[in-house]
Design a protein around this ligand. Structure first.
Ligand code: TRP
Ligand code: SF4
Length: 400
């Protein structure tokens, strides 16, 4: 049985921090053994907003993939590759661009939001408007069923489905489909064939759902048809077309949000993160300096964990006993904040130690990350090309 396909990507932002790990990477790692996973560096997407930073993008690519491997992505279990080395992504972006209405792109919420939030960046380019279109191509070129992403990407998955649906609607007419279906109806036999046609008409002309259900049952029970013929007649009933590009679903999995050191979302641009490469002493310092419930100005003031960013770390790192100890100690001023932070410091360092050892191993093998990416690109190109063969044909692009 073939496994479901999973695809996800990240723009190359350099070193990964705990927010990336708990919000995405850890989940990617657990998916790799259950699905056929493709994970890629979205370096073209990085160019949509950072076209004037090419050197940063290149270095960030290698740093980021090193961290992916250290976090547990295994190139023997999943395919890790670089978007810009798989030209089929670009080709499909061009082709999908032919059928994507401008208004769809203008209405994607991230388009206006990013323009407002990143005033210092030039986001008035054609490439930036096309960001979600290129993302759609990234996904459908692998015919991926599942796309693990955060909440912020849900609108991009929506437009991906809309574009795929539109594509299938325009190009999904299999040549000769009607004739083949008619032949299968004939095989049903005179009486059943007539009933099938009558119910098909009742459904399509009058929207008679009962007729549809009956026709489906009739086809399912037909002894004279092969499974392929049954599938065809089921599809024929609703006028369904061939699905060239399946619609993907977002996989909003149980990822934990790690809050940044200042209580905002952990983000490189806020400088409030803990990198996977953070040395233990720096982890300790950063967490010790982290603000706590503002009502606990003095050691003797009781606090409330729900108003404290440190509590969000306990929720990720601590067991029930420790959490109970925090709640009790905080609300009664029984423990101090430094004391409260210690188990988190220890847990973060324990989590990072093996990853940092892996990073040292990987960096001791120059060229290793490049090899992993190169091998991944070969596999990715193969999978993407299989889709493109059908897409080109469906769109009337001649092969010479
Ligand atoms: N837009 C995604 C992000 O910012 C990155 C991305 C690009 C992506 N192409 C993708 C994610 C395809 C999933 C699938 O996080
Ligand atoms: Fe936050 Fe812990 Fe201090 Fe309470 S005791 S305010 S939870 S750090």
């Amino acid at each position: 049985m073939s496994k479901d396909r999973v695809l996800s990507g990240m723009r190359p932002t350099g070193f990964m921090h705990l927010g990336h790990y708990h919000g995405a990477l850890k989940n990617w790692v657990s998916l790799q053994s259950q699905h056929e996973c493709f994970y890629f560096v979205a370096d073209w997407h990085a160019l949509t907003s950072h076209y004037d930073d090419p050197r940063v993008i290149e270095q960030s690519t290698f740093d980021m993939v090193t961290d992916w491997l250290a976090a547990g992505l295994d190139p023997n279990q999943c395919t890790i590759f670089l978007q810009s080395q798989v030209p089929q992504h670009a080709e499909l972006t061009v082709l999908l661009g032919m059928i994507t209405p401008l208004g769809w792109l203008e209405r994607v919420p991230t388009y206006k939001e990013q323009q407002e939030n990143l005033k210092e960046k030039d986001l008035t380019t054609y490439g930036f408007l096309g960001y979600p279109l290129m993302q759609a191509a990234d996904i459908v070129v692998y015919r991926a069923q599942h796309v693990p992403v955060g909440e912020d990407q849900v609108s991009h998955l929506e437009i991906t489905r809309e574009i795929a649906r539109r594509f299938n609607h325009i190009y999904g007419r299999e040549p000769g489909f009607e004739e083949k279906a008619a032949a299968a109806v004939k095989k049903l036999g005179g009486k059943l064939g007539k009933r099938y046609e009558a119910m098909k008409t009742a459904y399509n002309q009058d929207g008679n759902a009962e007729a549809l259900a009956q026709a489906k049952a009739l086809v399912a029970a037909a002894g004279s048809l092969s499974n392929a013929e049954k599938d065809m007649l089921q599809a024929f009933l609703t006028g369904a077309r061939k699905t060239i590009l399946p619609e993907p679903q977002a996989l909003l999995t149980p990822t934990s949000k790690i809050i940044g050191l200042d209580g905002r979302k952990m983000s490189k641009s806020y400088g409030n993160g803990i990198d996977l490469r953070e040395p233990p002493a720096a982890v300790e310092q950063k967490i010790k300096r982290m603000p706590t419930d503002p009502k606990r100005a003095r050691r003797t003031d009781p606090g409330n964990p729900d108003d404290c960013p440190v509590w969000t770390l306990h929720q990720v790192y601590s067991n029930d006993d420790t959490k109970a100890w925090v709640r009790q100690g905080c609300t009664t001023a029984g423990i101090g904040c430094l004391e409260c932070k210690q188990p988190v410091i220890d847990a973060v360092n324990a989590e990072l130690a093996p990853m940092q050892a892996r990073i040292r191993e990987i960096e001791a093998k120059p060229g290793y990350v490049k090899e992993v990416l190169a091998a991944g690109c070969v596999r990715a190109r193969e999978a993407a090309e299989a889709t493109m063969l059908e897409v080109r044909q469906a769109m009337g692009l001649a092969k010479v």
